[in-house]
Design a protein. Structure first.
Length: 397
């Protein structure tokens, strides 16, 4: 097949959530022998240069450049309109021209889009089987933000979420099949009553790369991994450090927390002054930090789709204590594969439970790793995707 693939971030190297899923889909297409053209965006020369490695996984790479200042200006320009500002943030006239030319001049067998923000480049195509992989339903993320922010930001997030939800419904109707990452996201998508057909396929994890370590772990070490310029991670870590960690340290004073993630805000950096807390900032490899820890935590109150941080920790055989919200996108069972908590006190108790019991940690370590191998393997996810593609193409035969 000849496949035209559009995504909102240059998906190489696949170091963050918005890049991991599209990269693995593109790599799968290449392994299946398909001819793939990728259209995407780069925010900087550094990102553009780093992203050149994607050429090893596709036949043609089309990149539109857009700087942050230009993107912000386009967001502001859309505020008084019905168009979501986030669509402006991910719009490049350069990429739009390139994608229009591809559709006009080439005979593609499939148009595949990852993320609604990239759909604007191909949403007018006709006569070609098409799939829109929302991944996460972004409108609900913005609406969630409005519940956690003070005014007037709360109103701004609510307005963006409302506008984006309207746009998601419009776009869903223009594609043959719409997909997402989890059953929960699928329910949100289906409640729109706009898509012609819907399905989902899970995120996977590279279980060879994220594998258990051979060294000893620190029985007093807790770890969190995630980009620290991302509001849900910032909110979750601030809550954990201010509310949960003191309860743990009151019972186990030697307990330490390492926050591992790129671009920490000033608020997150300041958490490093708290007893036992270290903020690393950007690291080349998160695995040594996770493998050294007795457990990782995911205390997120705002979470959509699959939290890769949880999958990666489980794959490395490091137990996870998660909020119910963060664990919602993981195909695993609480108490069997990870520990869950929905209150501050319970979160502290669950962490202490693992810190105190080597046997309990070992049990969860082994079961978590096994669950990833059987339920979050990219090979299994891609088999499901192949079925979805066959269904989309069947309508045109």
């Amino acid at each position: 097949m000849k496949i035209l693939f559009a995504c909102h971030r240059l998906p190489f190297p696949p170091k963050r959530g918005g890049k991991i899923r599209p990269f693995n889909i593109i790599r799968h297409f290449q392994e299946q022998g398909h001819e793939v053209t990728v259209g995407t965006l780069a925010r900087s020369n550094e990102e553009l240069q780093e992203g050149q490695g994607l050429r090893d996984y596709c036949n043609k790479l089309l990149v539109g450049s857009i700087g942050k200042l230009s993107a912000i200006a386009q967001m502001i320009a859309r505020l008084p309109s019905k168009s979501p500002s986030s669509m402006g943030y991910f719009y490049s006239s350069e990429l739009h021209k390139l994608m229009r030319a591809e559709i006009r001049d080439q005979n593609y067998d499939l148009v595949f889009v990852h993320c609604s923000s990239a759909a604007q480049y191909v949403s007018t195509q006709k006569g070609i089987p098409s799939i829109l992989d929302f991944g996460d339903m972004d409108s609900h993320k913005w609406l969630d933000y409005s519940s956690f922010k003070a005014q007037p930001l709360a109103l701004g997030y609510w307005l963006e979420g409302t506008k984006l939800k309207r746009e998601e419904k419009r776009l869903a109707n223009r594609f043959d099949i719409c997909t997402c990452t989890t059953k929960g996201e699928l329910e949100i998508l289906e409640q729109m009553n706009a898509a012609n057909s819907t399905s989902w396929f899970a995120n996977g994890v590279d279980s060879d790369y994220f594998s258990p370590g051979a060294g000893l772990y620190d029985p007093d070490e807790i770890c969190f991994i995630g980009r620290m310029d991302y509001y849900p991670n910032q909110h979750g870590m601030t809550y954990f450090c201010r509310s949960v960690l003191p309860l743990i340290q009151a019972r186990r004073p030697a307990t330490k927390l390492t926050i591992v993630g790129a671009n920490p805000s000033a608020e997150i950096t300041a958490l490093g002054s708290l007893p036992g807390v270290e903020v690393t900032g950007t690291v080349n490899d998160v695995r040594p930090y996770v493998r050294k820890a007795a457990l990782t935590v995911a205390p997120l109150a705002i979470a959509h789709g699959t939290q890769n941080k949880i999958l990666e920790s489980m794959a490395m055989g490091v137990p996870v204590v998660s909020s119910d919200t963060a664990a919602g996108g993981i195909d695993a069972v609480p108490e069997r594969h990870f520990l869950a908590a929905d209150t501050t006190e319970l979160f502290a108790r669950q962490v202490l439970r693992l810190l105190k019991s080597t046997g309990e940690r070992t049990r969860l370590s082994e079961s978590a790793r096994q669950r990833v191998l059987t339920h979050h393997d990219w090979r299994i996810s891609m088999e499901k995707l192949d079925e979805i593609i066959s269904s989309a193409r069947h309508e045109y035969q």
